[in-house]
Design a protein around this ligand. Structure first.
Ligand code: IMP
Length: 197
């Protein structure tokens, strides 16, 4: 698994429980990388991460690049979701920065979506992409302690809760990452079948 983010890794491990691979984290195989996300799109960044960890490990590798697209900000922060409030900002600072930008935006115009792109590199270095989205609205203030990143301000109208108020199981049923993982499970099964044959 090509990620150094423990919260993301925890969700991915749950979502990929049934794949026919043993899942290992970079540190478990002696890899410590800081992959620069220099791509112009989430697809490019997911591919960069998957290939960097694949080259370092020689293993089938899955990496995830996720982002928040806010309609009132014309799709920003999108691919810049991590660096939105500066290179070393915390989740809290990113949320505060986002809420400040949206302070004059009315509820019905606060529509947004989380978008997850997973890249899977196979043993030959071929990359497969899987995408998932989850629509919602940006709340006026943070609520909840679950999840990570922008979850406390991502409100899901059908649940009446923010993503951070969901249990880990609930988040993993409906999230952008869950939707991408559904496709990724199929790709991983095909790769495993190819290796076995
Ligand atoms: P990356 O996929 O690690 O590059 O994440 C980009 C940014 O989006 C970071 O600020 C993450 O904290 C945030 N992010 C990624 N996934 C999620 C999620 O599932 N919920 C909330 N924020 C997320």
């Amino acid at each position: 698994m090509g990620t150094e983010n423990p919260a993301k890794a925890g969700e991915l491990i749950q979502l990929l429980q049934e794949v026919p691979f043993e899942i290992v984290m970079p540190r478990e195989v002696g890899i410590g990388l800081n992959v620069e996300e220099t791509g112009q799109t989430q697809e490019e960044n997911a591919r960069l991460k998957a290939m960097a960890y694949h080259r370092a490990s020689g293993l089938v590798t899955l990496a995830d690049d996720s982002g928040l697209e806010v309609d009132a900000l014309f799709g920003a922060p999108g691919v810049r979701s991590k660096r939105f409030a500066g290179e070393h900002a915390s989740d809290g600072e990113r949320i505060a920065f986002l809420l400040e930008k949206l302070k004059d935006v009315a509820w019905e115009k606060r529509t947004a979506r989380f978008r997850c792109v997973m890249a899977i590199a196979d043993l030959k270095g071929r990359v497969y992409l899987c995408e998932g989205e989850c629509p919602g609205l940006i709340a006026f203030e943070p609520r909840g302690t679950g999840g990570f990143g922008y979850d406390p301000v991502f409100y899901l109208p059908e649940c009446g809760k923010t993503m951070a108020e969901l249990s880990p199981e609930e988040k993993n049923r409906i999230s952008h990452r869950a939707r991408a993982a559904e496709k990724a499970r199929g790709v991983l099964k095909e790769i495993a079948a190819g290796i076995a044959n």
